[in-house]
Write a protein that binds this ligand. Structure first.
Ligand code: CP3
Length: 351
């Protein structure tokens, strides 16, 4: 530990302090692999209930906190949660993910969208984030999150998750005007939403551009990067001190480009070796990641070796230990417990 600081460990790392161990949290740390979550899901079968009734969302967000004391506690919500507030109705189907019954395909539909007013359409967010901050105090860092313009546009246009992204790519490569207008409007509302989450208590915010890895690098430069930049620049203007993380799923081909987004921290997945990621991103970029979530199916020895390997390659500065993507629903809870225990007990001087 450095000089006495009241700030929690993850926030200190995100600000660039040198620490004796990296902070650790896990994407999707609240969710189906936990029995406590599955039990609560029986009582509240709809995802929107679980994420939009404040008491339930607070409880779910805190389940992993109580079980494992991660250095980060993330708001339990979804990237599509703000869409109804801008005029895109949605549901989240069990085992399928987001469903948009009237996908956005025309200029008239895009013109009818309205800017997000979070206190009006997402009143539960303030209650949840305030309660999380109150609950964890300085023992952990509260993370907010949003979907990025390209990824939210993919859901809005496709109407659901997709393997090929045919509808949105058809739009992008035949008549991109409508899509650019949609991306622009989404960027504006996402920036409003990040600012709101920070004002309500989020200390770090992660933007998920999950499906931007489906784009070729040149198309990433046209349809993903400029809008990531627009969102981050807008937030930095009013909230310069809040660290911002960017995640792209399948990041290997666009890693350097992610570094140009304006994010403070690039989330790296397991398609890249952490040592290579450090080299490709340069000395001043902070990183998060990057264990394969499947590692948690291995033995304790295997899990420990992979943690040590990652932290050695990442070094003692600017690293948040995490998986490269969300923890898988079938993961044994005791392996998650072992992951956190090992990470929290390690000392970079001795690994
Ligand atoms: O990390 C956390 O603990 C916070 C929770 C969180 C959820 N969704 C809860 C959720 C986060 C950060 C998200 C973000 C999200 N949602 C992303 C970006 C992250 C990524 O995976 O790349 C995306 C693409 C979505 C869209 C979405 N929502 C999908 C693909 C699914 C899963 C479908 C399925 O059933 O496998 C959802 C539903 C969802 N959101 C679940 C959870 C825990 C699973 C449903 C459930 O547990 O009832």
């Amino acid at each position: 530990m450095g000089v006495a600081s009241n700030e929690p460990h993850l926030l200190r790392a995100a600000r660039g302090e040198v620490l004796s161990r990296p902070p650790v949290w896990m994407m999707r740390q609240a969710g189906r692999y936990m029995k406590a979550y599955r039990d609560l899901r029986e009582k509240y079968p709809s995802f929107r209930e679980r994420s939009e009734i404040p008491e339930v969302a607070i409880e779910v967000s805190l389940q992993p906190w109580r079980a494992f004391q991660p250095d980060g506690v993330i708001l339990f919500s979804d990237i599509v949660t703000p869409l109804p507030g801008i005029g895109i109705e949605m549901d989240i189907a069990e085992g399928k993910g987001p469903i948009i019954h009237q996908p956005i395909r025309t200029i008239e539909q895009v013109n009818a969208l309205r800017p997000l007013n979070p206190d009006e359409s997402l009143p539960f967010i303030r209650t949840i984030l305030q309660a999380l901050r109150q609950e964890v105090g300085n023992q952990s860092t509260v993370l907010g999150f949003v979907g990025a313009p390209w990824t939210l546009a993919a859901y809005a246009v496709e109407g659901k998750g997709s393997k090929t992204y045919s509808v949105i790519k058809n739009m992008a490569f035949s008549d991109p005007t409508v899509l650019h207008l949609l991306l622009d409007k989404l960027s504006e509302s996402i920036a409003i939403y990040i600012r709101h989450q920070i004002d309500c208590g989020a200390q770090v915010v992660q933007m998920f551009d999950s499906w931007a890895g489906q784009l070729s690098p040149q198309d990433y430069d046209t349809f993903a990067l400029p809008y990531q930049q627009k969102v981050f620049a807008a937030v930095k203007q009013t909230h310069p001190d809040t660290p911002l993380i960017l995640l792209v799923s399948g990041s290997a081909g666009v890693l350097e480009r992610m570094g140009k987004s304006g994010a403070d921290i690039v989330s790296v997945d397991w398609t890249v070796d952490m040592a290579d990621a450090r080299q490709r991103l340069g000395k001043t970029m902070k990183v998060q990641g990057n264990l394969d979530p499947g590692v948690l199916f291995g033995s304790q020895e295997f899990i420990r070796d992979r943690i040590y390997d990652t932290v050695k390659k990442a070094g003692n500065w600017g690293h948040i230990l995490n998986l490269g993507h969300g923890v898988l629903p079938e993961t044994p809870e005791e392996n998650v417990a072992f992951f956190f225990e090992t990470a929290k007990n390690l000392n970079l001087a001795t690994v």
